[in-house]
Design a protein. Structure first.
Length: 162
């Protein structure tokens, strides 16, 4: 992780979401994108969540990634409190495999968008990459890091089965 001020805030509804959300952190770290991670429940820590999200832009954050399961209220609550892009990651759950979380995130009311990614680990990695792509629009260094990552990813695909 870099020592620069964080550009991406990563939020999760509970500590149990860390196994998934650490994939977003690891991806951002691999690309050299400063980030911070916090556990803030939309239901249990509403005041702390509001304070964090309302201050995010002023502290230099550019994108917020929020992961949650079950009712999956966290990404929507975050999006309601900030003009920053919010990327949602539905957690894989024992109830419906996370489909309930996915549907909660994609069915946001008009005017409060949450860019919702896949359920679980793939969604966490892709949310980080989407955050990097957003940041790359206005930062050539970040754009170069993303281009390098994508080129390496493409080069790693074998031509023949092993």
């Amino acid at each position: 992780m870099t020592t620069e001020a964080p550009l991406v805030g990563i939020l999760m509804g509970s500590q149990s979401d860390w196994d998934t959300m650490k994939n977003a952190v690891d991806t951002l770290n691999k690309l050299g994108i400063a980030n911070e991670a916090n556990v803030l429940s939309a239901h249990r820590n509403a005041d702390r969540l509001t304070e964090y999200v309302k201050g995010a832009k002023g502290r230099g954050l550019k994108v917020l990634i929020a992961g949650a399961g079950m009712a999956a209220a966290l990404p929507g609550a975050v999006a309601a409190l900030t003009p920053l892009p919010v990327l949602g990651i539905p957690m894989e759950t024992r109830v419906m495999g996370g489909i309930d979380s996915l549907l909660s995130m994609v069915q946001m009311p008009r005017g409060i968008p949450v860019g919702t990614l896949a359920i679980g680990n793939s969604g966490a990695v892709n949310a980080a990459l989407m955050a990097v792509a957003i940041l790359a629009l206005s930062d050539e260094k970040i754009a170069a890091a993303l281009d390098k990552f994508r080129a390496e990813q493409s080069a790693a695909v074998t031509k023949l089965p092993a």
